[in-house]
Design a binder for this molecule. Structure first.
Ligand code: CA2
Length: 146
């Protein structure tokens, strides 16, 4: 099995700014943790990030024939992007929505997700530890007896 962990805008700055909200772990460290979890689960992993809405849509389309599931931290596009909602539906890949912060405890404009209804589940508020959690949740969704 092969999973895609896809990150949206500004997440390349993880660990460099706003540690009080997002912690001090860098995206490279998150990637390493995801690869360690993938090895434990016995799956392959692709890790990617784009600051562009179309880049995220393209990455989802690209995963359609090559991957079995997606963990998606769409960043701020979570709250605005019908295109991402439609791309998740179009790929028909099980997708776990992920957020580092508890978006419901933040500004009102972060309370609504445009993509949640297209996803199999949502993990948020557990910091960058949410990435391995989301991979395990995706794996459990795809392998209900494991
Ligand atoms: O909590 C999350 O994971 C978010 O998806 C992060 C997005 C935010 O727009 C969502 O509402 C919640 C923002 C990512 C910005 O990442 C930064 C990292 C370091 C410094 C500044 C921004």
């Amino acid at each position: 099995m092969k999973y895609l962990v896809l990150n949206g805008p500004n997440l390349n700055l993880l660990g460099e700014r706003a540690p009080e909200i997002y912690g001090s772990t860098t995206l490279a460290e998150v990637e390493a943790a995801c690869h360690a979890t993938a090895a434990e689960l016995g799956v392959e992993l692709t890790f990617a990030q784009s600051n562009h809405e179309g880049g995220l849509v393209d990455a989802l389309h690209g995963a359609r024939q090559t991957h079995d599931g997606v963990v998606l931290n769409a960043g701020a596009y979570t709250h605005t992007s019908i295109a991402l909602h439609d791309a998740i539906e179009a790929t028909q890949l099980p997708t776990v929505e992920l957020h580092i912060s508890n978006t419901h405890a933040r500004e009102a404009f972060r309370h609504h997700s445009m993509i949640a209804s297209a996803c199999v589940g949502v993990i948020l508020g557990f910091g960058t530890a949410g990435y391995p959690l989301a991979l395990r949740a995706l794996h459990g969704h795809l392998n209900p007896k494991s």
